[in-house]
Design a protein. Structure first.
Length: 546
């Protein structure tokens, strides 16, 4: 289940000897957009020849890539094929499977922290703590700059741009670096205006000021000045047009996520998604198409993961529509390859995760009782587990164990994989804790999957939680999953189901509490969840302060 590429071993060399020279042939653009397999015939594949369609293959010069990047591209083809195969799986899922267009008709999954707090094992004692939106709205507003204090000198802005690209935009490539440099140089030389270009430059400078893990208090004061100036220019974006508009909204959302303000961030991401509508790949030049797809994917996945937590309705125009295919990596130096792989692997896993959520939600909605829910879900689980295993097997060893930032990327990606497993197993754990242990076949299956749920919790919460001390776009999201895992472990202990708990569960609860303690002063909901876990831990004899 863990996608740990190194496990402490020395990283493999990135030279030609470490990777196969030949890359698997990619499908033509038509087959990629249809999500069907291509036989790669030249000059026209069989499908395009039969359909009378223009058959275009990627025009990228693969000779410009180093062997490591070629290996990554090969694995990305495998990832996309996995998603395609899952989308067109011939094996039926019990009770049917709905497509993305009908997801609005399915009740949201009961998978959030607030749902766990409402489990019967807690006997209603936390009912007043399940109003997440109320907690988020009660958080104090972000500190506003007392004065405009920033420098638009070319050298300073160039440094901040490099920081933003290195630590933030490498994970979400929504800007093209050369174009951004030209925009920044123009604004620096001509002064800040009341236009979209100036707004974008100010947002990049704000994020660049706090992008580094060791950003100082002075850096944060400077960032607030940049962001305050950008906010005053965001009103005119409603009358602007072009890709720069969703780019500005997305960067504003990232800034709010860095400040652990997810509700404000969601508003920005939602606005960004409705401002961009990827067109057909036949109507857009390849270079522009790739950037537009990157912007759309980054905005969409950021919006949808928050919307699912907040249990907000699908507003139709946002929906869960996927672009025709994943964006192509740009020709770049090998040092950026792991971060591009993270970005594209995250997209493919998100697509798979949404498909799994869709299937599980359909089963739960159509089953008439807890018993039938678990029985129907148990029939579907082998297929769903195999899909996740296929995805995990396709992961290449691209993350360096010696690069702290790449360690964080691996942590985030592995956390997303565990999220998908949580969706599969949480229903079984809740049911197992609500009934007296028995020794029939049905209970045996229930307990087996409940143990898997708790195993995932321990995997998510190792003794060392260094990755959770780093501030990034996903910090608040990571704290949420830590909280959920700790609550699931505590629920099993309170129910007296020691037979279900894996080794090391006490240390996992301590790890979660330590992560929440680090951030509790920055968000009201984090502080509230920390107090709950601390109180429950004391009840079951786990000293989280030790």
């Amino acid at each position: 289940m863990d996608i740990d590429p190194g496990s402490g071993k020395r990283p493999a060399p990135r030279g030609t000897a470490a990777y196969p020279r030949k890359r698997a042939v990619a499908a033509c653009q038509t087959c990629r957009s249809r999500k069907t397999k291509c036989d790669n015939r030249r000059p026209s594949c069989s499908f395009c020849e039969r359909a009378g369609a223009t058959c275009n293959y990627s025009t990228y010069d693969l000779s410009a890539y180093d062997p490591a990047s070629l290996a990554i591209l090969d694995r990305l083809d495998q990832l996309e094929n996995i998603v395609v195969d899952n989308d067109h799986a011939s094996q039926p899922i019990p009770n049917g499977h709905v497509n993305n267009d009908s997801i609005a008709d399915i009740p949201p999954l009961p998978h959030t922290v607030e749902h766990v707090l409402a489990w019967p094992v807690f006997k209603g004692r936390f009912n007043d703590h399940t109003r997440l939106m109320q907690l988020l709205r009660s958080s104090p507003p972000l500190e506003q700059p007392t004065s405009v204090n920033f420098d638009l000198e070319v050298g300073t802005c160039k440094y901040l741009l490099e920081q933003c690209f290195e630590h933030i935009l490498s994970k979400n490539p929504v800007l093209e670096e050369d174009s951004m440099r030209k925009i920044m140089n123009f604004v620096c030389l001509n002064g800040i205006g009341w236009d979209a270009d100036s707004c974008l430059v100010l947002l990049v400078c704000a994020l660049g000021s706090i992008a580094s893990p060791d950003a100082s208090q002075t850096d944060w004061v400077t960032a607030r000045s940049y962001f305050g100036a950008a906010q005053r220019r965001m009103g005119m974006l409603v009358t602007w047009d072009g890709l720069i508009v969703p780019q500005c909204y997305f960067l504003a959302g990232v800034y709010f996520m860095y400040n652990l303000r997810p509700l404000q961030a969601w508003r920005m991401f939602a606005q960004a998604v409705v401002c961009i509508h990827p067109d057909s790949p036949e109507t857009i030049p390849p270079a522009h198409y790739s950037l537009e797809e990157c912007v759309y994917w980054s905005c969409w996945k950021s919006e949808v993961e928050l919307r699912m937590i907040f249990q907000l309705p699908d507003f139709g125009v946002i929906g869960n529509r996927y672009p025709p295919h994943m964006p192509e990596p740009p020709i770049t130096d090998a040092s950026h390859a792991p971060k591009w792989y993270y970005y594209l692997a995250d997209i493919s896993l998100r697509r798979l995760d949404m498909s799994i959520r869709d299937t599980v939600a359909t089963i739960l909605a159509r089953s008439t009782s807890t018993e039938t829910q678990c029985a129907d879900l148990a029939l579907a689980l082998p297929t769903l587990e195999e899909q996740l295993l296929d995805w995990a097997r396709s992961m290449p060893d691209v993350f360096s164990i010696h690069d702290p930032e790449e360690q964080v990327l691996h942590l985030i990606l592995n956390g997303r994989l565990l999220d998908s497993y949580d969706i599969l197993y949480m229903t079984f754990l809740k049911s197992a804790l609500a009934v007296e242990p028995m020794y029939d076949d049905a209970t045996s299956i229930l307990d087996a999957y409940a143990r898997k749920a708790l195993d995932c919790c321990v995997q998510r919460l190792p003794d060392k939680m260094d990755g959770y001390s780093v501030r990034h776009h996903g910090t608040w999201l990571g704290l949420r999953t830590c909280t959920r895992s700790a609550l699931m472990l505590l629920a099993a202990r309170l129910a007296g189901r020691l037979d279900l708990l894996p080794n090391g569960w006490q240390n996992s609860i301590k790890s979660a509490a330590s992560a929440l303690l680090l951030w509790k002063d920055e968000s009201r909901d984090v502080a509230d969840r920390y107090s709950i876990i601390r109180a429950l831990s004391e009840e079951v004899g786990v000293d989280v302060m030790g």
